[in-house]
Design a binder for this molecule. Structure first.
Ligand SMILES: NC(=O)c1ccc[n+]([C@@H]2O[C@H](COP(=O)([O-])OP(=O)(O)OC[C@H]3O[C@@H](n4cnc5c(N)ncnc54)[C@H](O)[C@@H]3O)[C@@H](O)[C@H]2O)c1
Length: 339
């Protein structure tokens, strides 16, 4: 199948995207990019609330999104969504993030592992209809920097996840390998790192986005990690998922995207360039993230050489602009700043 460039629709054959977990942060951006180029994606999500989509999309754009309330841990829900809606491309994002897996490991395994098996099983059962599958793994599959004894590693470095969340993501990559080896189901895993931007309101690495929101509101906020992070802007991440879903590449492929690898001091400095009072409002404390910040993105650069990489300053500026606009419209939700 031919790959398409951003913003251009492949007209060679009709496509219908299913995006699981698209009421969430990355999914809302995937939906935004798809709608902006004229697609009409279908969302499968357990959550009926659309606050991130409402913040990102116009009323008119919202009308072009179809939504099915369903649970990826139930095979029937996934299968019906695919079979009843002529789905040709699946972007599987539904998952519970690190804090939720810590709070309830069995539920984390059910959603993150069984949910992903259900997506693969559905694609296998409907292989004549579904042409491409991409799913979210995570940079959390790697070990800590201490494990590698290095602050820069290759994307094919051995895995030793430090969290159950990372273990569940590693398991999904194994699921993909076996579905390809035994059933010929091709898939692409993407392992994002610290994705930021409008809608990033929960999870271990949501601190920098919440800090931007706090600065806009003139509130104080503590980022709960220190050290370095690979900051990936949400629009870039969304475009990467869509490109991967349209690539038509064979096999059980795994790619580690790379954004701006920066220190917490770099993040603070970027905030200060947007908000002169940033250092009075924002501080960072806690341990470094339990994953390596600096992973060489060899495979993704080889197979997807022209992916967008937004510089940190630009991502912070754009995010601040969107938050300011929401503030002017009296729609800036500050509730998550207390979490
Ligand atoms: N945000 C990041 O920095 C980051 C980094 C690496 C990987 N990822 C992965 O990318 C994906 C999307 O992340 P996100 O930040 O958008 O997460 P998010 O928490 O904002 O969104 C997850 C969505 O999944 C939905 N969901 C949860 N359980 C479900 C279920 N049983 N059935 C159907 N839907 C369910 C939630 O309602 C939510 O809308 C996840 O798989 C996540 O693990 C995210």
């Amino acid at each position: 199948m031919p790959a398409t460039a951003d913003g251009t629709k492949d007209r060679t054959s009709a496509k219908r995207f299913l995006v699981t977990g698209a009421k969430g942060f990355i999914g809302s951006w995937v939906v935004k990019v798809l709608i902006e180029r004229g697609d009409r994606p279908l969302i499968l999500d357990l959550d009926a609330d659309s606050h991130r989509l409402r913040a990102l999309l116009s009323e008119e754009q919202l009308q072009s999104v179809s939504f099915i309330r369903g649970d990826v841990s139930k095979l029937d829900d996934v299968e019906r969504a695919v079979a009843d809606n002529g789905i040709t491309h699946v972007i599987h994002l539904a998952a519970l993030q690190v804090p939720f897996c810590v709070a309830n490991p069995p539920l984390g395994a059910l959603v993150n592992v069984v949910g992903t098996v259900n997506v693969f099983e559905t694609v296998k059962r409907h292989r004549d209809q579904v042409r491409n599958l991409v799913y979210a793994s995570s940079a959390a599959v790697y070990g800590t920097e201490e494990f590698y004894g290095a602050d820069h590693i290759s994307d094919d470095a051995p895995l030793q996840p430090a969290t159950l969340y990372g273990v569940f993501k590693q398991c999904n990559e194994g699921t993909a390998r076996v579905y390809y080896a035994c059933d010929g189901i091709s898939s692409i895993a993407l392992r994002p790192s610290t994705v930021y931007g409008l809608g990033r309101d929960q999870g271990l690495t949501s601190g920098p986005t919440k800090a931007i929101k706090a600065c806009v509101a003139g509130r104080s906020y503590v980022i709960r990690f220190t050290g370095r992070a690979d900051m990936q802007y949400a629009r870039d991440t969304a475009i990467t998922f869509i490109r991967a879903a349209e690539s038509g590449l064979e096999g059980a492929r795994i790619y580690t995207p790379r954004g701006a690898v920066v220190s917490m001091e770099d993040i603070m400095a970027a905030l200060e360039r947007q908000f002169p009072d940033a250092r009075k409002l924002i501080r960072a404390e806690g341990n470094p993230l339990p994953l390596p910040a600096d992973v060489e993105n060899i495979a993704i650069r080889r197979d997807f050489p022209d992916l967008p990489v937004t510089p940190l300053d630009e991502g912070v500026r754009e995010t601040a602009e969107i938050f300011r606009k929401l503030q002017r419209e009296d729609r800036l939700d500050l509730r998550e700043l207390s979490v």
